[in-house]
Design a protein around this ligand. Structure first.
Ligand code: DCP
Ligand code: MG
Ligand code: MG
Length: 575
């Protein structure tokens, strides 16, 4: 045993009440057989193997490691990934805006749902995602703030990501309150600064706070790197508080999946490190496949059709079985994820690939209402576009059709190119002509999806702009950037998306198909790609003001042609 690892205590800023799930199981044989052949380069080195064995036996009294399966995983432990998730995000933003709310139970609502609650409310039994009625019954003193306008949340979200980017450029945003940071490249400085005998925050698998820091059974240096990673995580979190007043939780591990899985282990305002030798234990502690980030509801349903319900089922499933429903790449990735293996890179987030807004409701069955709602969404969307500054080349429209057989209805979308001339003067001052043309395009797409000559029942409408064209600062002529489109970062991301579609990328576009040169795909894609701007639902949908009063104005909706004058009139009704 290395002397520097002996009998040392780690730092624990906070105690926690969170109960560890400690089900190590013993499925190691399968894991070894399946993955051992790929090796990790460590096994050739007999000397380090011996050292690993010694460390492993001497330093691991607290952990249940299923054999030495973790050592044979094909995943390497070279990277250090930090996942950050803001605590009760919308509620914290409200508390920063009005500090008098800090010590009071607070909920943020959108329509009938309380989308989050602060930790004071949570300690009084009001959890996030409760119906308003239910929350008020549980706690009549609950203060509720309307969170339909996302402006402040978006702003704070960008500030948080900006802080993370001051540590590394490899930052990927996920929704409004999460960021992944790959800090591998910047570790060197922090390794020097960090104490190999102390670690910031919690270690996954600890049964007691201040347990002796484990030795290094791996020998690849991951222990040292993760200790340094924990220091970086702490500094990032401190810096975020300093800059924005927002506290976050962090997970530190050697891949994105594992970092995300452990980041919420101790909440709020805490962090957790996962060492590779406990990956198996962590994965075995999960139950249903949907608890694995990256396996969405559609994927879960398909897995269930194969009789795969739990993570353990997935681990035990054969690739041949998975191949009956998924392509090679997806089958392998699913299996890998079930063992905690994830080589997905942290993809630098630029600006969002799609700016979209949606409105959900119980029932819309009249074309007039559809048109008024799309009009409201379009007006809001143009404001967002103005803030963003980029010029979109594609318009996307989505509907969700009510379906008694499907809980979440049937989503369908259509997209169409936007004529370059429409935004010839940029997106700052969009004229009436452009608005009217866009509205016509929206309705044309809508009529391709919904046969309004029959009865229809819709529960969601959304529109979005995508495939943005960046205007190079040195280019003066507007025509240049329309016709000489260089492949910007955004476009490359789109291309990656396409790749994902074709290879059946997880959580992506299994329903992808092509009709009349426009793509149809599930809204999952749409929401994924607009996660930066509107990760859940938007304020656009909240404003139904005036929607029932414009019937006369919308009389042309059936032949979906709106003139400039009509548009002006319609718009006037909304102001
Ligand atoms: N959100 C939403 N609709 C939902 C779920 C969440 O609008 N159905 C919003 C409100 C949350 C924010 O997204 O504040 C981030 O979601 P999280 O799941 O990260 O939840 P919180 O940050 O609120 O709480 P936690 O401390 O558990 O992360
Ligand atoms: Mg959060
Ligand atoms: Mg979150």
């Amino acid at each position: 045993m290395s002397p520097k690892h002996q009998g040392l205590k780690r730092r624990h800023p906070n105690k926690t009440s969170k109960v560890h799930q400690d089900d190590s199981g013993d499925e190691s044989d399968d894991l070894v057989n399946e993955s051992g052949s790929e090796g990790d380069g460590q096994q050739d080195d007999q000397e380090s193997e011996d050292q690993k064995d010694k460390n492993f036996q001497a330093d691991e009294p607290h952990f249940t490691v299923p054999g030495d399966a973790w050592m044979l995983l094909p995943a390497d432990h070279r990277r250090v990934i930090i996942h950050l998730d803001a605590d009760c995000f919308y509620a914290q933003v409200e508390m920063v805006r009005d500090p008098s709310l800090r010590d009071k139970p607070l909920g943020v609502k959108q329509k009938n749902l309380m989308v989050t609650s602060n930790y004071v409310a949570r300690s009084m039994g009001v959890k996030k995602s409760m119906w308003i009625k239910e929350a008020l019954e549980a706690l009549p003193d609950l203060i509720l703030i309307d969170g339909s306008d996302l402006t402040h949340y978006r702003q704070c979200s960008s500030e948080i990501s900006a802080v993370v980017r001051t540590f590394t450029v490899d930052v990927e945003r996920l929704g409004l309150d999460e960021n992944f940071a790959d800090v591998t490249e910047i570790l060197e400085d922090y390794i020097e600064e960090s104490d190999p005998n102390k670690i910031e925050g919690h270690v996954y698998g600890d049964k007691e706070p201040d347990e002796t820091l484990p030795g290094d059974p791996c020998g690849c240096g991951c222990r040292e790197r993760l200790i340094a990673g924990a220091l970086v995580a702490k500094k990032i979190r401190q810096q975020i508080v300093k800059a924005t007043g927002i506290t976050c939780c962090a997970g530190v591990a050697h891949n994105k999946l594992l970092a995300k899985l452990v980041s919420g282990y101790y909440k709020p305002d805490q962090q957790t490190v996962l060492f590779p030798w406990l990956v198996h234990q962590l994965m075995n502690s999960l139950n249903l496949t949907r608890s694995i980030p990256g396996i969405g509801s559609t994927m879960c349903k398909t897995l269930e059709e194969l009789g795969i319900h739990t993570v353990k089922d997935l681990q035990n499933s054969s690739l041949a079985l998975l191949h009956s429903k998924f392509d090679d790449e997806t089958s392998k990735r699913l299996r890998d994820l079930s063992f905690g293996i994830d080589d997905a890179p942290v993809r630098r987030s630029g600006r969002p690939q799609t700016i979209g807004l949606e409105d959900a409701f119980r029932k819309v069955n009249s074309i007039d209402v559809v048109q008024s709602k799309y009009l409201t969404l379009l007006e809001r969307l143009l404001k967002l576009l103005k803030e963003d500054g980029r010029i979109p080349s594609t318009l996307r429209v989505c509907v969700r059709k009510f379906d008694t057989k499907k809980k979440f209805g049937n989503r369908e979308s259509r997209q169409t190119p936007i004529l370059p001339s429409l935004f010839a003067s940029g997106v700052q001052n969009v004229g009436e002509n452009t608005r009217a043309t866009l509205m016509n395009q929206v309705m044309e797409l809508f009529h391709k999806m919904v046969d309004t000559s029959k009865e229809f029942h819709l529960t969601l409408l959304s529109i979005g702009f995508t495939k943005f064209i960046e205007r190079a600062s040195h280019e003066n002529s507007i025509s240049r950037f329309f016709f000489k489109r260089k492949r910007s970062e955004t476009e490359e991301q789109d291309i990656n998306e396409e790749k994902g579609e074709k290879s059946g990328h997880l959580k992506s576009f299994s329903t992808f198909s092509s009709v009349n040169n426009s793509k149809i795909h599930s809204l999952e894609l749409y929401l994924e790609s607009c996660s930066e701007s509107d990760s859940y639902s938007s304020e656009g949908g909240r404003n139904t003001q005036g929607s029932m009063n414009i019937k006369d104005m919308l009389s042309k909706s059936h032949n979906h042609s709106i003139g400039k004058k009509d548009f002006k009139n319609i718009k006037g009704k909304f102001q």
